[in-house]
Design a protein around this ligand. Structure first.
Ligand SMILES: Nc1nc2c(c(=O)[nH]1)N[C@H]1C(S)=C(S)[C@@H](COP(=O)(O)O)O[C@H]1N2
Ligand SMILES: [Mo]
Length: 162
């Protein structure tokens, strides 16, 4: 752990991307402020409206930029609204994979999307399913250009923080 008070392990600055899924289970848990857990699989969220973001690039460490991709899935904000009675007390959500890689998304970001598009829990790319190897279920933060450090593959849990 760093002594630097601005250090946030969910905003790493250097990272060698992991190419291999930590396991084959693409379901994830939502952890609420009272520590209760709700299990979700993208395929189970039938009632949610799907969203998509065209023109997405993954600006990767080591192997350059790939894309443009059309990612589709659920807007993270819509997902949270579907699972919680109220989002009023939340300040941010942590989206973390089973290999310990994560990103922190603020409610401010979710409520004020950039013109690059909505932050997604993506399960399809270019009209076909994202494979587990490719990161299913994968967080897509459109417009992020910081070496793909927020494009979390293999989401294992999402923690809603007050
Ligand atoms: N779970 C997880 N997600 C991750 C990473 C990782 O190591 N683990 N690496 C990130 C980084 S640094 C990069 S460059 C991209 C690589 O994505 P790609 O394998 O689709 O090119 O994944 C991002 N998402
Ligand atoms: Mo990266």
């Amino acid at each position: 752990m760093s002594d630097d008070p601005s250090y946030d392990p969910l905003r790493p600055h250097v990272h060698e991307p992991n190419p291999t899924p930590p396991n084959q289970d693409s379901a994830f848990d939502l952890i609420l402020p009272d520590s209760s857990r709700l299990r979700s699989a993208a395929s189970m969220l039938h009632t949610l409206t799907r969203s998509y973001v065209p023109g997405c690039y993954i600006v990767s460490t080591g192997h350059g930029t790939s894309g443009p991709f059309v990612f589709e899935g659920f807007a993270l904000l819509d997902y949270l609204k579907s699972q919680l009675n109220s989002l009023d007390s939340l300040s941010n959500v942590e989206v973390v994979s089973a290999d310990g890689f994560g990103a922190r998304i603020t409610m401010d970001e979710l409520n004020n999307p950039t013109e690059a598009g909505l932050i997604l829990l993506a399960d399809t790319v270019n009209g076909r399913p994202i494979t587990r190897n490719e990161g299913l279920v994968r967080l897509i933060v459109p417009g992020e250009k910081d070496d793909a450090l927020r494009q979390v593959k293999w989401i294992a849990h999402i923690t809603a923080k007050e």
